[in-house]
Ligand binder design. Structure first.
Ligand SMILES: [Zn+2]
Length: 301
């Protein structure tokens, strides 16, 4: 601390004595620069605002703008750039919509992997957004901003309908017993649309989308020959029911339905690992090969 104050005094004196020289003190005072304007030196502060922006992977980010103090000073040129930590994976990149204007935005913010590990990387990555500006022929660096690019967790979800719709057809026979005589309106509900917590522009969209599609296929077509929450399976449980009154028959049908839903939910829980294993088998090879990977979490006997 003491040392830097001394250095500052020295530089100010030096600047006054040699009035005809340009003078830069970047290394000592990160935000303050001495720029010659006409015959005198002016303390110039340049910064990028805002100081921090956080977006999801694939979203646009910005605008980032240059703010110069005093505001009577204008820059003649701008050169925007970015910096990612050394060793980051997933090819860090910021595509600026303008690289040489007073303000800029980043078109499709790209998450990078730190550390460069498929299973051990952080879901948030932070770039330095930098700008070199030119004032009166002198180049100075504005104080940098941060751009945080994150991948939300979870990335998407598909809610499988764990119920059946409708009611069986009932009637009574010559003995006066009420019974189930047909499937009636019992049906499997359609699977609702997948909810994505990442945007369509995310670099992970295709990977996540193919993963969710495999879940939908397994639910639709059955997992290893067994369709969960199947109308025919349930119908087999109630097709022989009889009762002396319609009310009692309804009660018996409801009772069986509750049993069936319980059974199927137990089966869903026990096959969850297989569902995930199969979905990751589809999505693990689709880039980016980070974050949304099985990483040995799910297996299937
Ligand atoms: Zn999954």
């Amino acid at each position: 601390m003491q040392k830097s104050i001394k250095a500052k005094h020295f530089i100010l004196q030096f600047a006054i004595i040699s009035n005809l020289m340009f003078f830069r003190v970047d290394s000592l005072f990160s935000e303050t620069h001495y720029i010659r304007t006409d015959d005198e030196f002016t303390v110039v502060k340049a910064e990028i605002i805002p100081s921090e922006i956080t977006v999801n992977d694939g979203e646009s980010a910005g605008p980032f703008k240059i703010k110069i103090e005093p505001n009577t000073i204008t820059a003649q040129a701008y050169q925007w750039d970015f910096e990612a930590p050394a060793g980051a994976g997933n090819d860090p990149f910021c595509e600026f919509n303008q690289k040489n204007a007073e303000s800029t935005t980043i078109k499709r913010a790209k998450w990078f992997a730190l550390p460069d590990s498929a299973c051990g990387c952080s879901s948030t990555s932070t770039y330095k957004i930098k700008c070199e500006i030119t004032i009166n022929g002198e180049k100075i660096n504005a104080t940098y901003s941060k751009l945080n690019v994150q991948v939300p967790e979870p990335t998407a979800r598909t809610d499988m309908p764990k119920f059946l719709l409708g009611w069986p057809e009932t009637g009574y026979d010559l003995n006066g017993d009420w019974k189930v005589i047909g499937l009636g309106t019992i049906s499997r509900p359609p699977i609702p649309d997948t909810t994505f917590f990442i945007g369509r522009n995310s670099y992970f969209y295709q990977k996540v989308s193919e993963h969710e599609k495999q879940h939908r296929r397994d639910w639709e077509n059955g997992f290893d020959g067994h369709i969960l929450f199947s109308e025919t399976e349930f119908y087999n449980m109630i097709s022989n029911l009889t009762a002396p009154t319609p009310q009692e028959l309804s009660d018996k049908i409801r009772e069986q339905y509750i049993l069936y839903v319980d059974e199927e939910n137990i089966e869903v829980a026990s096959t969850k690992s297989c569902f995930e294993y199969r979905a990751y088998q589809v999505s693990d090879s689709i880039p980016p090969l980070y974050l949304n990977q099985n990483c040995g979490r799910f297996s299937c006997p």
